[in-house]
Design a protein around this ligand. Structure first.
Ligand SMILES: NC(=O)c1ccc[n+]([C@@H]2O[C@H](COP(=O)([O-])OP(=O)(O)OC[C@H]3O[C@@H](n4cnc5c(N)ncnc54)[C@H](O)[C@@H]3O)[C@@H](O)[C@H]2O)c1
Length: 260
């Protein structure tokens, strides 16, 4: 029996992934802080920053069958927490999940981890290799304290945590690949979800970002979920270790307006 896990499944893009991944596995596990009640999926309560909860999730997957897919959409945004917590959930949580699922990986297993287009925008302004090195190895002792001290602003922390998500996903593609598995990350632009709306309400820069999106609209969660489904499918069987930007052209809009 094939098992696919979707984190952040109660809301936004994770919820849309549950819909788009229906029928692609025998069991869909819908994971969130509170077990989501979604028809046709098994709801699981799990904090992705809690190693014990992740160990229990992995055990549940093993008990149900073979590990097919992981769509890791759970995350928090800058207005939801301080810098330390942002690094803890968005970056350390991703590493914990990738490490915990690795022993289950077999040919055909695949993961997609949610990063953000802000990981690209930050790189337009900050190319310090020490910053990149910091977020590429969040397993080092004291990482959260160091990262939060380096980036005390939660917005910067979010962008760098998501840059870290891209880096650790690419690295996991190498270790998962030895078992025949694939790992990619996906960077959404401005997407119409509860998180997206909260950031738009509280951060004036979001209006400027929308103005610089060539398609001149927010993305729909289903448009992102369709890409996740593709990346987890056999149609993407030779795609691994890359980040896919799903932003309606926003990054290029920024580069055109402010860089080139
Ligand atoms: N909405 C956007 O515009 C946007 C843009 C770029 C990146 N993203 C990223 O996409 C992903 C999905 O975002 P969304 O807009 O659908 O958000 P959302 O807030 O609508 O949904 C996120 C879900 O994650 C869950 N969650 C948060 N912390 C968790 C934890 N510790 N353990 C388990 N579940 C947890 C929440 O309960 C929520 O159900 C996030 O990683 C986010 O950073 C969003």
């Amino acid at each position: 029996m094939a098992v696919t896990v979707i984190t952040g499944a109660a809301s936004g893009m994770g919820r849309a992934c549950v819909e788009s991944l229906r029928g692609t596995a025998d069991h869909l596990l819908a994971v969130d802080l509170v077990a989501p009640e979604i028809e046709g999926a098994i709801g699981v309560a799990c904090d992705v920053a809690d190693p014990d909860a992740i160990a229990a999730l992995v055990e549940q997957v093993q008990g149900l069958g073979s590990f097919r897919g992981l769509a890791h959409a759970a995350g928090i945004s800058p207005t939801m927490a301080d810098a330390r917590r942002v690094f803890e959930i968005d970056l350390l949580g991703t590493v914990l999940l990738l490490d915990a699922f690795e022993p289950l990986v077999e040919p055909g297993s695949s993961a997609v981890c949610f990063a953000s287009s802000s990981a690209y925008q930050i790189a337009l302004a900050d190319i310090d290799p020490a910053h990149q090195a910091l977020v590429t190895d969040p397993r080092v002792p004291g990482f959260l304290e160091t990262a939060a001290a380096q980036f005390p602003d939660s917005g910067m922390a979010y962008s760098w945590a998501k840059r870290g998500v891209i880096a650790v996903s690419a690295k996991a593609a190498v270790s998962w690949g030895r078992r025949g598995g694939r790992v990619n990350s996906l960077s959404p632009g401005l997407i119409d979800t509860p998180m997206g709306r909260q950031e738009a309400d509280q951060q004036p820069i979001m209006k400027m970002m929308l103005d610089n999106t060539p398609l001149q609209r927010l993305g729909e969660p289903s448009e992102v979920a369709a890409v996740v489904s593709f990346l987890l499918s056999e149609q993407a069987s030779f795609i691994s270790g890359v980040d896919v930007l799903v932003d309606g052209g926003m990054l290029q809009g920024f580069i055109t307006a402010f860089v080139s």
